[in-house]
Ligand binder design. Sequence first.
Ligand SMILES: NC(=O)c1ccc[n+]([C@@H]2O[C@H](COP(=O)([O-])OP(=O)(O)OC[C@H]3O[C@@H](n4cnc5c(N)ncnc54)[C@H](OP(=O)(O)O)[C@@H]3O)[C@@H](O)[C@H]2O)c1
Length: 275
Amino acid sequence: MGKIAFIGAGNMARAMIFGLIESGVSAADIIGTTASEASAQALHDATGIATGTDNQHAVASAETVILAVKPQKMRDVCQALQRVSGLENKLFISVAAGITSDSMAHWLGNPTLAIIRSMPNTPAQIQLGAIGAYANANTSAEQRDTAHRVLSSMGLAVWVEAEAQIDAVTALSGSGAAYVYLFCELMQNAGEQLGLSADISAQLAAQTFKGAGAMLVDSQITAKQLRINVTSPNGTTEQALKVFANRQLDAIVLEAMSAANQRSQQLAAELGSQE
Ligand SMILES: NC(=O)c1ccc[n+]([C@@H]2O[C@H](COP(=O)([O-])OP(=O)(O)OC[C@H]3O[C@@H](n4cnc5c(N)ncnc54)[C@H](OP(=O)(O)O)[C@@H]3O)[C@@H](O)[C@H]2O)c1
């Protein structure tokens, strides 16, 4: 996949760098830049890759460029890269929330660039991310394969065909880890109210998510079927599920995710409106 440059190297980029090295990419083929010399040195010490603070140099030396700075920094970072020659032959992959591929192409000064917009979630930091990605029309099949390999270094990577669907990905998996944490927290609290110690309740709730999640991913059985399998007629689970149904948990989840979807659309409009 040629040389890879990471522009910005916070938690998300580091997860990708570790994942790529683990998947067989040589550290010698990766370069990373940060805003400060101290961060660059720390990145080198942690990963063994070449690091620095010169974005133009890093991009010039790479075929694939991962844009991993905060969304608010994307415009300045991209505009400063306009001067690098040969941008049209490079693949750009962004992990920044809320920045459209058109905004990036505009800021990079060329509407024909190959740009991948991705939305990882925080478990990507331990290579268990759920990542949705969109490839703009300028991206070749080979570049898409390269991007798939890069994004898979953080976990499961799936492709959406319309960029607007990235807002739904944000509402589902991007923000989704927080929904899981909330539900876990609520189960913990309820366990305590039912007489368990805080410690035992926390352990059992967390392990229930880990175990149920592993069965869901590993067994290829749908969430619905797994739920049916643990629900004996007139048993304890059925009583609890009836309460969720009567309180219309499905409508609450849809309303919550619709709010996240809408906020994602708003953020893209706000961040992309900067000239
Ligand atoms: N964290 C997540 O779970 C998550 C989830 C989805 C998407 N994302 C996206 O991932 C991106 C990065 O998030 P993060 O949490 O990794 O951020 P972060 O920890 O704040 O890291 C940002 C990095 O960008 C560097 N940087 C800032 N200005 C720069 C410049 N002009 N040139 C080069 N590097 C520069 C910083 O360097 P210094 O260390 O020197 O300041 C730092 O290494 C964001 O766009 C975010 O939307 C993150």
